[in-house]
Design a binder for this molecule. Structure first.
Ligand SMILES: Cc1cc2nc3c(=O)[nH]c(=O)nc-3n(C[C@H](O)[C@H](O)[C@H](O)COP(=O)(O)OP(=O)(O)OC[C@H]3O[C@@H](n4cnc5c(N)ncnc54)[C@H](O)[C@@H]3O)c2cc1C
Length: 513
């Protein structure tokens, strides 16, 4: 007889997004199983740019320091443009544009190749008791029986089959998501914006590029493609663009090495090709993010052109948005309607990022990688109280300082050395308040607690509160566990107003709905 296991959530796929989802679910104490068909984490570096917002999420989960250790120093995060790697007239741009990123985030983005990032995430995911992580396990189907999802999992090494029953399935199984196909959710958009051969190689370039070390080395015409730093010393990627039907996917190592020497402008460069990966640039978005307890997260929900470095980072943001909501529903703190806000909040963000990244892919003069972009994520949904007439989630591209407004992320300011306002965000909601005396706020939180809504009051004093740039008169900021602002209170709210805002955070005017 087939073995049947039970868990609250089954996560399908152990790429960077599935692993982040697992870490977040564990943070909220949610029992779950993650299945990944590969026996090991990724070998070829795809994503390398980990954005400031992803690093903030990793910081909240206690993962950021290990990611930073596995990546390149922040001083290397700049973008090179030149006709070759040895162009004397090269230019270099920083990811923050005019902004000092340190002023808007405790964790500016950095470069950590996906094959280095995934083992860090896996180690943290495995270390948490709520997770059962099964690599070498392929998800081969899911059926719904009496409100329970029954998934079939095959051990890729032995062929053994087992079944897992769960309340929710989170599909983090990438762009080719079979889970998405099985539930009949279509992808809409444009396929084949470009084709590239990603050639990973070793070459002693670090010494030669010491005066221009960068994260990405974009080549200007007539040169083609670009170089991507892995360790900015001996390990590199060359992205070679090719047209469909050409023989690029069949190039020998020696032919790849010749392409690299030409593009680098260094005829005698000693090149050892490690491996290659052909990939296609798509700009696609799932028509829906959820069907019957099955949620799409990461590339399963959107294929974002890598021209901008936002694909994985958007997926990490999806996981951050969904995990606390799923946890609140599982714990009975919120009604199932809260989960409807996942698509309402996240899909328009992906749509906008696809649009920006697609435009980047067509920009003849190159593009700027914008590390601040995702810091401007602004939600509009039933889980956010807003008097704004703008009813759609989107990216607020206004310049810093960022204002503490409903739907946006709680802005960062240092409270004391090494402690950011973002570090106040917990597994339950918080209200960040000003002033010296929190007595009345604590009384409100105590009533909410008796109603089953756990809210902590964080008094940061007038000066720090002012640094969050709230609208005049705002004295309290209700912050969700994903660090986004659910409501701003003017003065000390009446109990009914406070409780209504707390209930709205859970996606409904009343938690019984
Ligand atoms: C060249 C390149 C450069 C990029 N650069 C960046 C960048 O700088 N920054 C950025 O943010 N993004 C970048 N991206 C995009 C990034 O790589 C993806 O967005 C990211 O990998 C998505 O993560 P994911 O976990 O959603 O999916 P994936 O990484 O595709 O992981 C999905 C996982 O699911 C597993 N799986 C699939 N089917 C099953 C099944 N049936 N059962 C069990 N497991 C299954 C797969 O084996 C895989 O491990 C880049 C992409 C490319 C191609």
């Amino acid at each position: 007889m087939t073995k049947l296991e039970h868990t609250e959530v089954l996560v399908v796929g152990g790429g960077p997004v599935g692993l982040t989802m697992s870490i977040l679910l564990s943070r909220y104490g949610i029992d779950h199983i993650l299945v990944e068909r590969r026996n090991e984490t990724s070998t070829h570096p795809k994503a390398r740019g980990v954005s400031a917002r992803s690093m903030e999420i990793f910081r909240r989960c206690g993962v950021a320091e290990d990611v930073a250790r596995a990546g390149l120093p922040a001083s290397h995060v700049s973008f090179y443009r030149g006709s070759s790697l040895v162009d004397p007239d090269f230019v270099r741009a920083s990811p923050g544009g005019d902004t000092e990123l340190d002023a808007v985030t405790p964790t500016p983005g950095l470069i950590c190749a996906q094959n280095e990032l995934e083992p860090v995430l896996l180690t943290h995911a495995k270390a948490r008791g709520e997770a059962r992580i099964a690599f070498g396990s392929r998800h081969i189907g899911v059926d719904e029986r009496a409100g329970v999802l029954i998934s079939t999992i095959e051990d890729v090494n032995t062929g053994d089959v087992r079944q897992v029953s769960s309340r929710f399935v989170v599909a983090c199984d990438g762009i080719g998501s079979a889970t998405r196909a099985r539930v009949g959710i279509a992808m809409k958009g444009t396929s084949g914006l470009g084709r590239y051969l990603s050639i990973r190689f070793k070459a002693p370039l670090g010494r030669l590029l010491a005066d221009r070390l960068s994260a990405s080395y974009f080549l200007t015409p007539p040169a083609v493609g670009g170089f991507m730093a892995i360790d900015n010393d001996v390990e590199w990627i060359y992205q070679y663009p090719y047209t469909e039907g050409s023989d690029a996917e069949r190039l020998s190592d020696e032919e790849c090495a010749a392409l690299i020497r030409t593009a680098a402008g260094i005829g005698g460069l000693d090149v050892e090709v490690i491996d290659t990966m052909a990939w296609r640039m798509d700009a696609l978005l799932a028509e829906s993010y959820c069907r019957g307890g099955i949620f799409l997260v990461g590339d399963a929900a959107h294929a974002i052109p890598p021209t901008g470095g936002h694909g994985m980072n958007t997926g990490i943001g999806d996981a951050d948005n969904l995990a606390w909501k799923m946890a609140a529903v599982i714990r009975g703190e919120a009604g199932p309607a809260l989960l409807d806000t996942y698509e309402v909040e996240r899909r328009p963000i992906a749509e906008q990022i696809i649009d920006i990244s697609s435009r980047n892919s067509r920009a003849a003069g190159g593009y700027r990688i914008d590390d601040q972009l995702l810091l401007g994520t602004r939600y509009r949904s039933a889980a956010v109280q807003t008097d704004s007439t703008d009813g759609t989630s989107g990216l607020d591209r206004s310049k810093p300082p960022f204002r503490a407004d409903p739907g946006k992320r709680l802005p960062h300011t240092w409270l004391r050395p090494e402690v950011s306002t973002l570090d106040l965000v917990g597994c339950n909601a918080i209200v960040v308040v000003n002033g010296e005396d929190s007595t009345e706020w604590n009384a409100l939180a105590n009533v909410a607690q008796r109603e089953g809504i756990s809210i902590r009051i964080e008094n940061i004093g007038d000066e720090s509160f002012g640094a969050l740039c709230p609208k005049p008169g705002v004295s309290g900021i209700l912050v969700r566990p994903d660090g986004h602002i659910a409501a701003c209170f003017t003065g000390i709210p009446a109990l009914i107003e406070f409780l209504e805002a707390a209930c709205r955070m859970f996606g409904s005017a009343s938690r019984d709905q």
